[in-house]
Structures are given as C-alpha cells and as structure tokens.
Design a protein around this ligand. Structure first.
Ligand code: FES
Length: 148
C-alpha cells in the first residue's frame, strides 16, 4: 500500500517542476524597489490614553492626587502632591540612570537600587541617589497637561 502511494506523490512532484514558465519580466536588476515601504511599517509613539491630542502629555485625570504617573517613553514623571497642583520631573534616576519604576506613598521609586524621591520636589528620600530628580516644565490647561 505504501509503495503505491509513494509512486503517486512522485509523479505529482514531477508535474509541478515542469509547470514553471518564464514570464520575461524577471530580468530587471531590482533597483526600482520602493524606498518608502520601510517607513510605513513604523508606528509613531501613540498616546494610549483616550482623548489626548497631539502635543499633549496626559490629562490631569490620569495623574492621581498624592501620587504620580511615569511616562517612560518621554522619561518624565508627573505628580500631583495636592489636588490641582501638578509637578513634573525627569524620570531618569540620578543614581545610575534607570527610569524610575513607580510612584507610591508620596515617593517616586527607582527599582534598580531602591532610591526614592519626594513627589513634591523630587528631593531624595532614600538613597543611594544623592541628587534630586531635575524638574521638567509642564503647562496645565484645563484638564490637559503638555510639556513646556
Ligand atoms: Fe536608581 Fe540606582 S539607578 S537607585
């Protein structure tokens, strides 16, 4: 039984090989490949939060009172120490350059070696970092927070 099936498959493969024809269009050197194709595959950083517009970093409602939100791709942490009071700092830890990992209990926390910075002024609350996170400029307009 097996021998008979093998014979049939072999015959089919031979038929496929002979089915290849030449079209005459395959002789170009390939220099006309579209250069823009690679650009269309890239997706720019798109804000995930719904409702944010171009140039907007985030919305005030996305930054918890007494806490903060880290924007890793922008290397910025925005905090709201008191309701309606927004601060922004570099999210790059001054100890060894990690991006800070979380905001909790009034501090911005770096997971690399455990440094903690105040959400109010980014002062060092716990080492090994010795310098505060540098401030960043933000503008709050209504419920929109933008850089600069
Ligand atoms: Fe942040 Fe070391 S890099 S604690």
């Amino acid at each position: 039984m097996n021998a008979r099936r093998r014979t049939v498959l072999t015959a089919g493969a031979a038929a496929l090989v002979t089915g290849c024809g030449s079209s005459g269009d395959g002789d170009s050197d390939g220099s006309t490949a579209p250069a823009s194709a690679s650009e269309t595959g890239k997706t720019p950083e798109t804000p995930k939060a719904s409702g944010t517009s171009a140039g907007e970093l985030t919305r005030t409602s996305d930054v918890p009172v007494g806490g903060g939100t880290i924007f890793k791709d922008r290397k910025i942490v925005v905090t709201q120490p008191e309701a309606g009071e927004f601060k922004a700092f570099s999210a790059v830890c001054t100890h060894a350059g990690c991006i800070v990992a979380s905001v909790s209990d009034g501090t911005i926390n770096c997971a690399c070696h455990g440094s903690k910075f105040s959400i109010t002024d980014a002062a060092v609350e716990a080492g090994p970092a010795t310098r505060p996170l540098p401030p960043e400029q933000i503008t709050v307009e209504g419920d929109s927070i933008r850089l600069g």
